[in-house]
Design a protein around this ligand. Structure first.
Ligand code: AMP
Ligand code: GLY
Length: 422
């Protein structure tokens, strides 16, 4: 099997790591990849959103399977373009990727499918949005309707905060056109988990769940990020809750998407709030989470490659996945300034020694090689340090032992990943 992974972050490094272990693999490329991925795959200098170039490359190289990491190429039609070229692509069509691309679309699908989710309304007019906020009161959640790199959501604890979010998103357009409309939602109380299911258009196969730490600061404070750390499995998400999520959220959504002529193939990532009334849907993503994917790949005992192929081929009903019972934990190391403007170019040392800590896997995200070969920071989230252990505490200790070996004065991490479960 000749496989092309699209993307270049920690998630794609973990996917390449899992795929590289498959006996079915004969050749692995990653576009654009990163210096860590380059140790496992041939990196191709094509950006993740350059759809025509990606498909052209896949044709020339007779790629058997394209694996989409991030959502952007999917919303731009990577899977559609691959299908037109007769190439298998793991990931949904642009029509099905709207589950992530538009929050209002997700809410419509959820309502039509009877999926439990927060009460909501959508506004294109800031004055109407403000009036609704005043009527509903706080706490309340304001979301830019379009894609905003995971940063378009404000969980407002006061009406003033919610009104400020309307000004930022709709009037100052801090997230660009993603803020042309907003979705305003009831604030759901509870613990949040990221749940992943492989889908082949008609059948869904539960994968595992993880808990992400989205806030930049310890104790889950400060601005939202793409995710500062994760662990799997989250103890609060019992097997019974998983079955309920499959029956009430994942399967009805899959059926509704098929009914709409946009069957979903790929990995459906459900952000769930575990409320007193059971799991409720916060959002869907149409890809693996980052850093949740790193936590999942460390626990996956089955070969990833045939599972992704089964999703593409509509054969998941005959498939099963085995998971390591032991937990995994991931610490994200970010460049100073993140999630604002991260400082680029600072040098990172000590990764070889850090990778030797037992149970640890290092995945690169925003790293680059300087001309002299030195490894430098080149993004916001720069490294993910993942570890498994007999217990979550052991996994955490291993991950932080490796973090402490990384010599990178220009970076920081949260020291409390996993605190809710420990
Ligand atoms: P989203 O981008 O939709 O995942 O939102 C980002 C984060 O905001 C989520 O991970 C939640 O922590 C929080 N959030 C979003 N919607 C709600 C809601 N209805 N109630 C409570 N928290 C929410
Ligand atoms: N870590 C959350 C996400 O990937 O969207």
């Amino acid at each position: 099997m000749r496989v092309l992974v699209v993307g270049g972050g920690g998630r794609e490094h973990a996917l390449c790591w899992a795929l590289a272990a498959s006996p079915l693999l004969t050749k692995l490329w990653c576009a654009p990849g990163n210096p860590g991925i380059a140790e496992l795959a041939e990196c191709v200098p094509i950006g993740a959103t350059e759809i025509a170039k990606l498909v052209g490359f896949a044709k020339v190289e007779k790629v058997d399977l394209v694996v989409a990491g991030p959502e952007a190429p999917l919303t731009l039609g990577l899977a559609d373009a691959c299908a037109a070229a007769g190439i298998k692509c793991f990931g949904p069509t642009a029509a099905a990727a709207r589950l992530e691309g538009s929050k209002a679309f997700t809410k419509e699908v959820a309502d039509a499918a009877g999926v439990p989710t927060a009460a909501w309304a959508r506004f294109e007019d800031p004055a109407a949005a403000r009036a609704y906020i005043l009527q509903r009161g706080a706490p309340i959640v304001v979301k830019a309707d379009g894609l905003a790199a995971g940063k378009g959501v404000v969980v407002a604890s006061t009406v003033e905060e919610a009104e400020a979010a309307i000004a930022d998103i709709m009037e100052s357009r801090v997230h660009g056109t993603a803020g042309a409309s907003v979705v305003i939602e009831e604030c759901l109380p509870g613990e949040e988990v990221s749940f992943f299911a492989l889908c082949d258009g008609t059948t869904a196969l539960p994968m595992a769940a993880a808990q992400d730490h989205k806030r930049v600061g310890e104790g889950d404070t400060g601005p939202n990020t793409g995710g500062m750390g994760a662990y799997s499995p989250p103890p609060a998400f019992t097997d019974a809750l998983r079955d309920e999520a499959m029956d009430r959220i994942i399967r009805p959504t899959l059926a509704e998407m098929a009914k709409r002529g946009a069957p979903f193939q790929g990995v459906l990532f459900a952000g769930l709030m575990l409320t007193g009334d059971g799991p409720k849907l916060i959002e869907f993503n149409v890809r693996f989470g980052d850093p949740e994917c790193q936590a999942l790949m460390l626990r996956l005992r089955s070969d990833l490659l045939p599972a992704l192929l089964a999703a593409c081929d509509g054969e998941l009903s005959r498939f099963d996945l085995r998971w390591e019972a032991h937990p995994s934990l991931v610490v994200v190391m970010a460049a100073e300034g993140y999630p604002g403007t991260p400082r680029k170019g600072t040098e990172i040392r000590g990764l070889e020694r850090a990778a030797q800590v037992p149970g640890v896997q290092l995945f690169h995200a925003g790293t680059a090689r300087r001309e002299d070969g030195a490894l430098v920071a080149d993004g916001g989230r720069v490294l993910t340090v993942a570890a498994t252990g007999q217990t979550l505490r052991a996994a955490r200790d291993a991950a932080y032992a490796a973090v402490d070996v990384v010599d990178w004065p220009g970076g920081f991490c949260r020291r409390d990943i996993g605190w809710r479960a420990l």
